[in-house]
Ligand binder design. Structure first.
Ligand code: ADE
Length: 236
């Protein structure tokens, strides 16, 4: 998979791709992530990427020219792909695990990080395929949001996760929150691990985990269960 990120602040997220699972996935050639500095596509001596809004008002707007040039450069490098161009913005559709799954099946994605007040509308009209928000709160820019989305996509790519960090039991993967986890010691500060987990009885363990996940979801996120009768039925 190819992932390109266009941003005026690449340093904000560079580190996110140089550690742990994301680093390993790139080193193994499973994904190629490239950060493009929007300022490299400017022609004035101050490398200006933003300007005042027509009509007045607070905040600056990302200019269209550098973004169009960056996209042109990326497309020129990958003429064999037709990437979706995803604008990270609080105006976007709320991101979900289902969307992560869909993105992970794409060959090439370009993320555009909004900043300041927003992006010139002509970028959205002519280039952007989709606008995505990671939640109803405002970040200083789209970089951290893009890093969140990219992390969740890469971990779903084939062969990225080994058995130890498998995505199979992730919360949301089966439409529910996770069940509780324990590791050694068996008793810690008078708090024992539930007997069933020490029983070696795989079917009972599976059932217990399912019940716990269901309880957890009912208590904290009942909305998840409304569309997911399957999760509630599969305890037996
Ligand atoms: N940029 C600023 N806030 C954001 C959010 N919540 N999601 C995506 N991009 C953003």
């Amino acid at each position: 998979m190819i992932i390109d990120v266009i941003t005026p602040f690449p340093n904000l997220i560079q580190g996110a791709f140089q550690e742990s699972i994301l680093k390993r996935a790139q080193n193994r050639g499973l994904v190629k992530v490239t950060l493009w500095d929007l300022r490299d596509f400017t022609s004035d001596k101050h490398h200006t990427v933003d300007d005042y809004p027509y009509g007045g008002g607070a905040g600056m707007i990302l200019k269209p020219e550098p973004i169009f040039l960056a996209v042109k450069e990326i497309r020129g490098k990958h003429s064999d792909t037709t990437p979706d161009i995803i604008l990270m913005t609080p105006q976007g559709k709320t991101y979900t695990q289902e969307k992560a799954r869909l993105f992970s099946r794409q060959e090439h994605l370009i993320f555009l990080c909004g900043h300041y007040r927003g992006v010139d509308q002509r970028v959205i009209d002519a280039l952007v395929t989709e606008e995505i928000s990671i939640g109803d709160y405002i970040l200083s820019g789209g970089e951290l949001a893009a890093a969140v989305v990219i992390d969740s996509v890469i971990r779903l790519l084939p062969d990225v996760l080994n058995n130890t960090d498998s995505a199979e039991g992730d919360s949301f993967t089966c439409g529910m929150l996770d069940y509780p986890h324990y590791t050694r010691p068996e008793i810690f500060q008078d708090m024992p691990v539930p007997d069933v987990l020490l029983s070696g009885h795989h079917e009972n363990i599976r059932k217990w985990r399912h019940e716990q996940a269901l309880e957890n979801t009912k208590k904290r996120r009942p909305d998840l269960l409304n569309n997911n009768e399957e999760a509630q039925d599969s305890s037996d």
